[in-house]
Write a protein that binds this ligand. Sequence first.
Ligand code: AMP
Length: 217
Amino acid sequence: MKAIILLGAPGVGKGTVAEAIRDTMGLTHLSTGDMLRAAVKAATPVGLKAESFMKRGELVPDEVILALVFDRIDRDGKDSAFLFDGFPRTSEQAKLLDEGLARREGAVDRVVLLEAPRDLCIERLCGRLTCRKCAAIYHARNHPPKNPGRCDLCGGEVVTRPDDKRETIENRLDVFKRQTEGLIALYDGRGLLARVNSAQPKEKTIADTLRALGGSK
Ligand code: AMP
C-alpha cells in the first residue's frame, strides 16, 4: 500500500493541491477534515463527538481519527495509493499510522510540506468557500464559483465553513504550531520530506508538488 502525506498549516493549500493531483497520480484522496464534516452533517456518533472540537478549531481525539482513517483504508483495499490531507496531525497519529500501515504491508512513501507565511494562510481562509456536497474549494475574491453560492463541479451549495472565522482561524494556526509542526522534523529525519513553496501561484505549487512526487510536469 502506498501512502503520501500532504503536510502544512491550515490555509496553506493542502485541499486545493490534493484536488488537483489525485486524478493525475491515481491517488485516493483521504481528507480527515472532509470525512469529519460529512459525519457532522449526517449526525453520526463520530460527527456528534467531533463537532464541538471542530467548532473551536481544536483537534478531534486521536482514537476517533484513527478509527475513521483505517475504516476507510480497509474499505478501499490494500492495493490503493492514499493521499492523506490533514492527517496525521499529532505524533501519536503518525506513530499509529506507521503501525497500521505496517500491518497492511505498507509504509509512508513521501511527505510534501506546503509552506506559506501565516498572513497569507489567514487571508486565504478568511475568503474560503467550500462545497457542502463534494468539498471543492473556492475563494470569495480570487476564485469565486461561476454561479454565486453553487459549486461549478456538482451544483452543491457553496458556503463558508463554520471554522473559517477569524478567531477560530488564529486558534487553528496555533494548534498546528503546537501539535503538528513537530511532524516536519520527524519525517525530515526519515528522509521522506519534500518542501514546496505554496505562497506562489496555484499552478506553480501544483507543478512543484507533482515534481516532488515524481509525477512529472
Ligand atoms: P481541516 O479540514 O483539515 O482543516 O480540518 C478541520 C478540523 O477537523 C480541524 O480543525 C480539526 O478540528 C478536525 N480534524 C481534521 N483532521 C484531523 C486530525 N487528523 N486530527 C484531529 N482533528 C482533525
